[in-house]
Design a protein around this ligand. Structure first.
Ligand SMILES: [Zn+2]
Length: 217
């Protein structure tokens, strides 16, 4: 029986790495799949992981119809055993419905990978629908960590180094590298407490370096 799998975790938790590994495992067993992504950090139509692995993929824009794509491919004699869907948080509700229909009606496995909530702590459209429809939901075991060492559960967006909680939902950026000047728009994973208090690593460091008042004035 085919299933709709949803693998979720924060940014930096290894979702794209797992997507590529899943594709490798299935193709090594002679199964034929298709990879999809949208707004990948490497640019259009590539699934890329921070560990340096990449694989070409089909780009999913707002108008893309998974159902029509798969039915057309099969009609033309193509073989599809499974779909790998990376960055699935950005897919539309309709597109996730199409994926569920492909699982049920065509018995094709779908492995979807995505972040659960956006930088405002609200569910992404695609992820919300996946939570509602998936046969299996898996929270990734490689846990990203907040600068304080606690498990990072939230994604923060920073603009020129300062954390923001308003703006367009989809702005592509990456997790800032340590020892690099802050990018215009970047992301950082935080625990809930530090997300609530908007205390990013850079701000925490600035606060800790601020001169403290002497104990005996
Ligand atoms: Zn923290």
């Amino acid at each position: 029986m085919a299933e709709l799998h949803f693998f979720t975790g924060t940014m930096d938790s290894g979702k794209s790495t797992l997507a590529l590994q899943t594709n490798h495992n299935h193709s090594a067993r002679g199964r034929v799949g298709r990879l999809f992504t949208t707004h990948d950090r490497a640019g259009q139509a590539t699934v890329s992981s921070r560990l340096g692995l990449t694989h070409e993929a089909l780009e999913v824009d707002q108008e893309f119809d998974f159902w029509r794509y798969v039915v057309d491919s099969l009609t033309r004699g193509g073989r599809i055993d499974y779909l790998i869907c990376d960055e699935a948080q950005f897919y539309t509700r309709d597109q996730i419905d199409q994926l569920a229909k492909i699982v049920d009606e065509l018995q094709i496995d779908v492995f979807a990978f995505g972040i659960l909530t956006d930088f405002r702590t609200q569910l992404f459209e695609g992820s919300a629908r996946l939570v509602e429809l998936a046969d299996r939901m898996n929270v990734l075991q490689v846990e990203a960590l907040c600068w304080c060492g606690k498990r990072a559960t939230h994604n923060a967006r920073t603009e020129n180094g300062a954390m923001v909680v308003e703006g367009e939902v989809i702005v592509v950026g990456d997790v800032d590298a340590v020892d690099q000047p802050p990018a215009d728009v970047a992301y950082e994973v935080l625990c809930r407490q530090h997300h609530r208090r908007r205390l990013t690593a850079a701000r925490a460091k600035a606060v800790s370096l601020a001169p403290e008042p002497l104990p005996f004035g």
